[in-house]
Design a protein. Structure first.
Length: 149
């Protein structure tokens, strides 16, 4: 496909809503568009860049024998209540109820879910090494999981 046929809406001027230089550049270069405060649409160039980064990460994970898993974004309240973080996260945790009135949250991290998955597989006799990138805030952490013999 020709560059002229791609959807890359660039801007000459800095957008009024963008205050940080990186934000201005991403919008001006046609990587993202802001939908509302903190919510962005990733356009073609951003999506292409993200795919390349993901591929590099997958190659590096393969090189060390790590495995990738996909985890749900919606988590049942019980798992967060069990860890005690349902209450400690306060207003930072986006909460909702499903049609059966069960409490759910939009998971900001996946430590609880990984722990639940691994503990449910423990009976199989496979040993796992878990490595969490720790941080001090509610931002997401990284987990690398691999089986050990």
């Amino acid at each position: 496909m020709l560059w002229s046929q791609l959807f890359i809406p660039t801007l000459r001027e800095n957008p009024a809503e963008a205050e940080v230089a990186s934000h201005q550049l991403l919008i001006r270069a046609g990587y993202v568009r802001q939908l509302s405060a903190g919510i962005y649409s990733y356009l073609f160039l951003a999506q292409r860049s993200l795919r390349k980064i993901q591929q590099i990460i997958r190659e590096e994970m393969d090189a060390i024998g790590a495995q990738e898993i996909f985890l749900p974004a919606l988590h049942p309240a019980e798992i967060w209540q069990e860890s005690g973080r349902w209450d400690t996260m306060g207003e930072n945790l986006f909460r909702m109820r499903d049609r059966y009135q069960r409490d759910l949250c939009l998971g900001m991290t996946h430590e609880e879910i990984v722990t639940s998955v691994i503990s449910s597989c423990r009976r199989s006799g496979i040993r796992f090494r878990l490595s969490f990138a720790t941080n001090r805030g509610p931002s997401p952490a990284c987990c690398v999981c691999g089986s050990s013999s």
